[in-house]
Design a protein around this ligand. Structure first.
Ligand SMILES: [Zn+2]
Length: 677
């Protein structure tokens, strides 16, 4: 059988890739990789970069280049057959990854290269160093009985965390409420009412059906005039999967949470770490658990006074305008929205005409071109997965192609929601190969209707710039080793630096004037509207900040302070954290941690702080542009050279210091958030 996945030489042949090609291609490649690895390990007496690492990188790169179009198509042109083929490959790829990570002979061969080859360059050393750390974190160098225990814990953790998520999901779906009279939903916008009506119809019910899913929960908390209804929904939501609330004890995660913390702790200690928090930092930018805690405490101390002021303003507003004496936790979102409308009165309808996609996209290219001296060129006739998809090249001054990307902007049936950057292939240069980076840029904007261009909300413009920042990190890299080129090998808590950095250009007049113009008249954004947008940007930013810090501190302290003899102390720690940072104290029956899937079931365990950490970096990096001019050539070249081009070739702190001339400071973030330092 001809298989386009296996015959691919240049760009993927999207229009010829069929679901039946997927599994045979992956099976063939995995088998080939395994037997090649066996042969290399059997035959090599004295492994070197050239005889061991480079060939392995070749096969792995090929596997990734075959898998990336498949996984991308699964997200953007999904079908039952493709999903089945994709899902059939997942466990095979995961087994293969585990096998590589725990292969002792391979580990020893890498060690030999790292220890005995003295003509390695910095990039090669970094690749080896990362690989050896990853082997260690997979438990490859433990004694036999510890290794068994390590594996047993890994398996148990994967089943416990998946049960945790299932409980959250089941608890979320277990609750609903039917409303017969729409008057009970006074205040809720029509779009949300339509959805609640549709929910009811789908369940063969009369009236309107409320659920705990975000599109139902959020409008109730924000807009429903009936305080008793808000309280009821709040209680159901905030007690999910716990010993409290309407389904107390039915999907209770209490026991699982204790087990998860205990096993993470034990596994971290097997590897020689003090705590799971320390293990979490092994491949991150933050250098010590003390540094993370100090960072969070410091940010909290500086933000809390403002959060308190904002809450007092909200209380005063609710009292004077609505006669509310006590602002309950289920009132906060509701009166905040009233206050926001009262102060800024901005609607999307007023803003959207200034952001036609036909100006925003070329304008964004113009912004990037001015910053880094590159240019963008659309290429026709490239094979894609849908006629709306465009293909571009990024060229240097001298015309050489630096990177390429597919741009897929519009929402479609069978396309996953949200926006993201994915890599199609990574930059890689060896004696035999010169591969440029290629990205998938994906959004879900409403498509144009008739002759009218697609009009974006300002949030959507920000999202586009954010994802394009990830894309530039991937595509402008000059590092030749795939494992550390572009976004590869960049620490988790630093990876949002280039993306959040780009968001700043959606708020600067000088940049906005390059891409924001009325789609009919060509007028710039009126100054009055621009000023209201800026003011609304900072609305309640102190309260938002302390809430994020509450989550981050809770997550980090809980993992750091775990001791088997006294258990997780989950809600004790949460109470202590709230005492320090929170301005809104939830009721005692509140069970937030029981549905905190990010850390109990996702990849953010002892890593939730990463959101704020990266924001400090991006704000502080941008502050140098504020000082020198947001399109200053020299500053742009410095950011390009020290950060974007370097990928994961050096530690994120080293790169940041090379660009900024010092370590990051939090002042710029506070200022950008409208919080006085
Ligand atoms: Zn991002």
């Amino acid at each position: 059988m001809n298989n386009p996945l296996l015959e691919q030489t240049g760009l993927p042949a999207f229009s010829s890739i069929l679901p039946e090609h997927v599994e045979p291609a992956i099976d063939a490649l995995l088998e080939e990789n395994r037997s090649r690895l066996q042969r290399v390990l059997d035959e090599l007496a004295a492994p070197t970069w050239e005889t061991l690492v480079e060939p392995i990188e070749d096969w792995e790169d090929r596997l990734e280049r075959v898998w990336s179009p498949v996984s991308h198509m699964n997200s953007v042109v999904n079908s039952d057959a493709l999903r089945a083929a994709y899902n059939a490959c997942l466990p095979k790829l995961s087994d293969y990854g585990t096998e590589m990570g725990q292969n002792e002979r391979l580990y020893n061969a890498y060690k030999t290269v790292a220890e005995h080859q003295d003509d390695l360059d910095d990039g090669q050393r970094k690749v080896l160093d990362n690989a050896l750390k990853d082997f260690h974190l997979s438990g490859v160098d433990l004694s036999a009985n510890k290794k068994d225990r390590f594996k047993a814990i890994s398996q148990e953790l994967s089943s416990l965390t998946s049960r945790y998520s299932e409980n959250v999901l089941d608890a979320t779906h277990a609750w609903d409420k039917s409303i017969d009279d729409v008057a009970a939903l006074a205040g809720v916008p029509q779009s949300a009412l339509d959805l609640m009506r549709q929910n009811a119809v789908q369940h063969d019910r009369e009236g309107w059906m409320l659920t705990l899913d975000y599109p139902s929960f959020h409008p109730i908390m924000t807009y429903a005039d009936d305080a008793a209804l808000r309280r009821e929904v709040y209680e159901a939501y905030q007690t999910r999967a716990s010993d409290q609330g309407p389904h107390a004890g039915r999907y209770d995660n209490s026991e699982l949470m204790e087990q998860i913390l205990a096993l993470r702790h034990e596994q971290a200690q097997l590897l020689g770490f003090d705590s799971y928090a320390e293990r979490s930092l092994a491949r991150k930018m933050a250098r010590s658990t003390d540094e993370v805690l100090q960072f969070l405490h410091d940010l909290a101390a500086r933000s809390r006074p403002q959060a308190e002021r904002e809450l007092s303003e909200l209380r005063a507003f609710a009292a004077s305008q609505f006669g509310i004496d006590t602002l309950e936790p289920w009132d906060v979102a509701y009166y905040s929205e009233k206050l926001r409308q009262h102060r800024y009165n901005i609607t999307q309808e007023e803003v959207k005409p200034y952001f036609p996609e036909t100006r925003v996209v070329p304008g964004m290219f113009e912004v990037v071109g001015r910053l880094y001296g590159v240019s963008f060129h659309e290429v026709d006739g490239v094979d894609t997965w849908h006629p709306d998809v465009k293909f571009y090249e990024i060229r240097d001054h001298d015309g050489s192609v630096r990177g390429q990307f597919y741009l897929d902007l519009y929402a479609r049936k069978d396309k996953r929601g949200g926006a993201w950057m994915g890599d199609c292939q990574s930059r890689r240069v060896t004696r035999d190969v010169a591969q440029i980076p290629i990205a998938f840029m994906t959004c879900n904007f409403a498509p144009p209707v008739g002759d009218k261009p697609a009009l974006l909300t300002h949030d959507e413009v920000e999202t586009l710039f954010h994802e394009f920042g990830h894309g530039l990190h991937h595509m402008l890299t000059q590092i030749d080793y795939a494992r550390i080129s572009g976004i590869n090998g960049v620490a988790w808590d630093a990876v949002e630096l280039p993306s959040q950095f780009m968001e700043n250009y959606c708020w600067e007049r000088e940049a906005l004037d390059l891409f924001a113009a009325h789609y009919e008249t060509g007028d710039r954004i009126p100054e009055d509207l621009y000023q209201r947008m800026l003011a609304a940007k900072h609305f309640q930013s102190g309260m938002l900040m302390v809430r994020q810090l509450e989550f981050a501190l809770f997550d980090f302290r809980m993992h750091r302070e775990y001791e088997p003899s006294r258990g997780g102390r989950i809600y004790d720690i949460l109470d202590e954290v709230r005492e320090e940072v929170a301005v809104i104290r939830p009721p005692t029956w509140h069970r937030f941690a029981h549905a905190f899937s990010h850390i109990f079931a996702g990849g953010y365990a002892a890593g939730y702080y990463s959101y704020k950490w990266a924001e400090v970096l991006s704000a502080d990096a941008f502050s140098l542009f504020e000082e020198n001019g947001i399109f200053d050539q020299a500053t742009g070249q410095a950011f390009l050279h020290h950060v974007l081009e370097q990928g994961g070739s050096q530690d994120a702190m080293t790169l940041f210091v090379a660009f900024r001339g010092r370590e990051p400071q939090i002042d710029a973030l506070l200022r950008h958030s409208g919080i006085a330092a």
